[in-house]
Design a protein around this ligand. Structure first.
Ligand SMILES: [Zn+2]
Length: 162
């Protein structure tokens, strides 16, 4: 099942030139964004390998796990700027929790009514809340810049919202 990917990896490793990195975010950037395959977090900000810490989940939400990553990023990995970047036409804004549970349940052939998906009713309000959550975290100092942006999957532009 993974043969194509392993073969591609062997090619990648044959002229591997990304060794020797220290794991620090060289541009001092951390990005929280959606798992959506239309988003290329590094390229959209003109960044390169090694420049940024990237945390992704459905919707690009600042969850407990995202905050853990950001705290580590700020204190141990050189992060000084945090961008929270949800996007237009996100599936997490397009369906209700009930709809998603029904669709997943249908695909799985079993009850999925217990599964949480954390759909987003109001994307801008959620973004404001998420940015505030980062700013209010006791282990994230005021010296860290935190911004909330909306990425347009049709134009490639980010819009500074918060
Ligand atoms: Zn999305």
């Amino acid at each position: 099942m993974f043969d194509d990917l392993i073969a591609a990896n062997r090619k990648f490793a044959a002229d591997f030139d990304l060794g020797g990195f220290d794991g620090v975010a060289h541009a001092g950037v951390a990005i929280v964004t959606c798992m959506d395959s239309r988003i290329d977090p590094l390229r959209m900000l003109g960044l390169d390998h090694g420049d940024a810490k990237i945390f992704r989940n459905p919707g690009g939400r600042v969850t407990t796990a995202a905050l853990e990553a950001l705290v580590l990023g700020v204190h141990l990995l050189g992060v000084t700027r945090i961008l929270v970047v949800p996007h237009t036409r996100c599936a997490m804004t397009a369906h209700s929790e009930t709809e998603l549970r029904e669709r997943v349940g249908k695909s799985a052939g079993q009850d999925a009514s217990w599964q949480q998906f954390h759909v987003i009713d109001d994307q801008l309000a959620a973004l404001e809340e998420d940015v505030r959550k980062v700013q209010a975290h006791p282990l994230i100092p005021d010296s860290v810049e935190v911004g909330g942006f909306l990425y347009d999957v049709d134009t490639g532009l980010i819009d500074h919202k918060v």
